[in-house]
Design a protein around this ligand. Structure first.
Ligand SMILES: [Zn+2]
Length: 258
């Protein structure tokens, strides 16, 4: 199994990252894709990926942080994107729920990330909250389907899910489906094709049941996979194999020099 979205650079993991990765191995979680949220976090994820063969890095500036971006940031991202263990551009996207950065600033930065992804031939790791219409519009205008990607922690409407699938994107299934109050989301995933779903934790955030409210960690992705297996009426093994294959296809992990 692969945790397709985590933030191992988070200071919450500074003390015990090695134990966390050991627990991954115990739970058959072979790889973790650790996603940058700004320049220094992207650099830290790259460093971690070089130190540990279980970790791959995605680099980018989270929509919350885009108000800090300038030309220098973009140049540095370009440089980082050439590193062997960088397998995706992100976390990028739009978040109109918090609006920590102005929507206009977020949209501009999102376009910059998509252009970089196309330039480097890397898929996108996308965050979307209360911004579905603009997100799809920009993905189309910037021809993001050329490189594809994942809408991580998908929790949007059915129409959006279908539009993203049609556009060649994958959807990230997070621990949210293990919560009691997310029946609509679970119902939606039960209808979507297994071939286009990834499982993820978004660690250290969003811990699945029975760890809700605590620090999340990549080995907990098994709880999301179990719930997905229940929804799809499949064995855990089948969900593990299919979602692993999906991650390997999207991020071309076999091409990375391990
Ligand atoms: Zn994230």
């Amino acid at each position: 199994m692969i945790d397709s979205h985590a933030h191992l650079d988070s200071k919450e993991f500074d003390q015990d990252l090695n134990q966390i990765l050991e627990r991954c191995q115990e739970k058959n979680v072979r790889f973790v894709i650790s996603c940058g949220t700004d320049l220094s976090s992207s650099q830290k994820n790259l460093d971690l990926s070089k130190q540990n063969p279980m970790i791959f890095a995605a680099i980018g500036v989270h929509p919350h942080e885009t108000y800090l971006m300038d030309e220098n940031t973009i140049e540095k991202l370009k440089k980082l994107s050439k590193e062997m263990r960088v397998i995706a551009i992100g976390e990028t996207g739009l978040d109109y729920y918090y609006n920590f950065s102005l929507p206009e600033v977020q949209r501009k930065a999102f376009r910059v990330h998509i252009r970089l992804a196309r330039e480097r031939g890397l898929p996108l790791v996308i965050h979307c909250r209360n911004s579905e219409e603009d997100l799809i519009k920009i993905l189309k205008e910037e021809k993001a389907s050329e490189v594809g990607g994942v809408i991580h922690c998908f929790s949007g409407r059915k129409e959006t899910a279908l539009a993203c699938l049609e556009f060649g994107f994958y959807l990230g299934v997070s621990g949210m489906i293990t919560f009691k109050n997310t029946k609509d989301l679970s119902a939606l995933f039960s209808e979507l094709p297994m071939e286009r779903l990834l499982v993820e934790t978004d660690s250290p955030y969003l811990a699945p049941h029975p760890y809700r409210g605590k620090r999340n960690e990549p080995s907990y992705v098994v709880h999301t996979a179990l719930k997905l297996a229940e929804l799809k009426n499949l064995t855990l093994e089948k969900v593990e194999n299919q979602t692993t294959e999906n991650v390997e296809n999207l991020f071309q992990l076999n091409k990375v020099n391990k």
